[in-house]
Design a protein around this ligand. Structure first.
Ligand code: HEM
Length: 210
């Protein structure tokens, strides 16, 4: 058996990020080829990248909870590759941002005027978290930040981004189209799983046990 061939796999680690990134870029190119590069095509890209972001984000968000709920090979893979799934989410969301800027003809002024204050403030903070979490997904930068601040950033960022996805999809499912219902249900189910399978605090030793 050749050890190097088995160690290198496209289904885990940083190679997984390059596979996911390439697939996302191919998806964007295929959508633009299919729907054109005008507003219709660009909006298809905005929606598609929001949806790939949603899937990748929710997988990373629920990784440790599903590992506790169902300890098997699949959940072991997901937990072991949560970082790489998270960075793949960041790539997908950068494509979402690029498509949004293309929608506004790469004009920051048009973006500022037409995107609206809510999208800029709420979405802007969302992107601040996406970039900060992606930047601290490397051993060196995570070590530089320190475990406590790293945990605070990634926990606050994860719940904030979960909230943006949920407030994007639940109203769409209720008021726009039932086609959005699966996204709304998955968003609420991932939070329920995280709460149901949250890490149990180690029982504090009682004085007697101490
Ligand atoms: C500056 C920030 C942002 C702006 C200006 C923005 C703009 C947009 C626009 C214009 C659409 C609608 C496209 C259409 O239906 O034609 C959209 C859809 C969406 N965006 Fe963003 N967005 C931003 C940030 C974010 C962030 C941070 C998230 C999630 C964390 C997000 C998640 C979504 C979702 C879930 C959809 C619905 C896509 C679908 O139809 O499935 N957006 N965004």
């Amino acid at each position: 058996m050749r050890p190097d061939a088995t160690r290198y796999s496209l289904t885990r680690g940083w190679p997984l990020v390059s596979v996911a990134g390439s697939a996302l870029i191919l998806m964007v190119l295929a959508l633009l080829a299919g729907f054109g590069t005008d507003e219709l095509g660009i909006r298809q890209v905005i929606r598609a990248t929001a949806r790939t972001s949603f899937v990748l984000f929710m997988l990373a968000f629920v990784a440790s909870a599903v590992r506790r709920a169902w300890p098997n090979g699949v959940t072991a893979w997901l937990l072991a590759n949560r970082r790489y799934v998270g960075v793949s989410f960041a790539i997908s969301h950068v494509l979402h941002l690029l498509a949004i800027l293309a929608l506004y003809d790469w004009s920051v002024r048009r973006f500022a005027v037409e995107a609206g204050a809510a999208a800029i403030l709420l979405g802007g903070l969302g992107y601040a978290f996406v970039f900060a979490m992606a930047a601290t997904s490397f051993d060196r930068t995570a070590a530089w930040l320190g475990p406590r601040r790293w945990r605070r950033l990634h926990t606050a960022g994860a719940y904030y981004l979960w909230t943006i996805f949920t407030i994007s999809y639940v109203p769409r499912a209720v008021m726009e189209s039932p086609a959005y219902a699966p996204f709304a249900v998955v968003a609420l189910a991932t939070l329920a799983l995280r709460i149901a399978y949250r890490p149990r605090r180690a029982a504090r030793p009682t004085l007697a046990a101490a």
